[in-house]
Design a protein around this ligand. Structure first.
Ligand SMILES: O=C(O)CCC(=O)C(=O)O
Ligand SMILES: [Fe+2]
Length: 255
């Protein structure tokens, strides 16, 4: 599996014209978001959406606060009607676990987030949670992406590399890493397979929406990663065991 971009795949979504800064400020303004610095996730704070939108549009910081943990549909279910997920990105978990039965700790299984942030915000090199695949649609702004396949895990130093400003003294193997690079504009959808390291930066302030998913092509990866995972709590594991028993059965899908 390789990453790909669907140029204009989301251009007809209502979100593209509707989710303006003004709309968020006016309709969701009181809601408090947790925002993190990209280079130091321990440095975080809480801001109302109204405050955060003001911060975003005026921000000139080089490592600004970024909203990457907003499971928007818990408080604003109606936003889900402003976009359409392609059938190719159907998720077994979502099909079997309706949002409204997720509670407490298991809410992490709601694999759906809005990312929004200023220019210069971004996500450091990572693999997605628990070997899930992901799609990401830019609603506004402009993102730059790089991807490296699983054969380059050592070259990216398990995600320690900053591929946009590499330090070759610290990470000499990164010189030999060969990846993909692309820009994503409003309406473009990017698919990231569970196997690929990726790093993203926002070249312009903006909003994007992302959903992670499990299907038959990554079920074995998810199974393996759940067995070793520290990402998931015991409660989440029990939830998954109940709704996706095949993840725990002996029978393996063909690899
Ligand atoms: O847009 C970003 O900052 C990161 C996107 C990403 O890596 C993800 O959705 O998993
Ligand atoms: Fe990611």
């Amino acid at each position: 599996m390789e990453p790909f971009i669907i140029k204009g795949g989301a251009s007809s979504w209502e979100a593209i014209s509707k989710w303006t800064w003004e709309y968020f400020r006016k309709n969701l303004g009181h809601f408090r978001l947790q925002v993190f610095r990209t280079k130091n996730r321990h440095d975080y704070r809480y801001m109302s959406i109204a405050e955060y939108v003001d911060y975003i549009v005026n921000c000139e910081e080089s490592d600004p606060y970024y909203a990457t943990a907003w499971q928007f549909s818990l408080a604003f279910k109606q936003l889900v009607n402003d976009y359409q997920v392609s059938e190719s990105f159907d998720c077994l978990i979502k099909r079997r676990i309706p949002d409204d039965i997720l509670h407490s700790d298991a809410k992490l299984l709601l694999l759906r987030w809005i990312y929004m942030g200023p220019k210069n915000s971004g996500s450091s090199m990572h693999l997605d949670i628990c070997s899930t695949h992901a799609w990401n649609a830019v609603i506004s702004g402009k993102k730059e992406w790089v991807f490296f396949g699983p054969e380059y895990t050592a070259h990216v130093y398990d995600g320690e590399v900053d591929s946009f400003i590499p330090d070759y003294d610290l990470h000499p193997k990164f010189r030999d890493a060969i990846g993909y690079h692309c820009f994503q504009y409003p309406g473009d959808i990017i698919f990231t397979p569970c196997t690929h390291w990726h790093q993203v930066r926002n070249l312009e302030a903006g909003i994007s929406i992302t959903e992670n998913f499990v299907n038959h092509s990554n079920l074995n990866y998810v199974r393996r990663s759940m067995q070793n995972s520290e990402d998931l709590s015991d409660e989440q594991k029990v939830f998954i065991q109940t709704f996706l028993p095949e993840l725990f059965s002996q029978k393996q899908e063909n690899e």
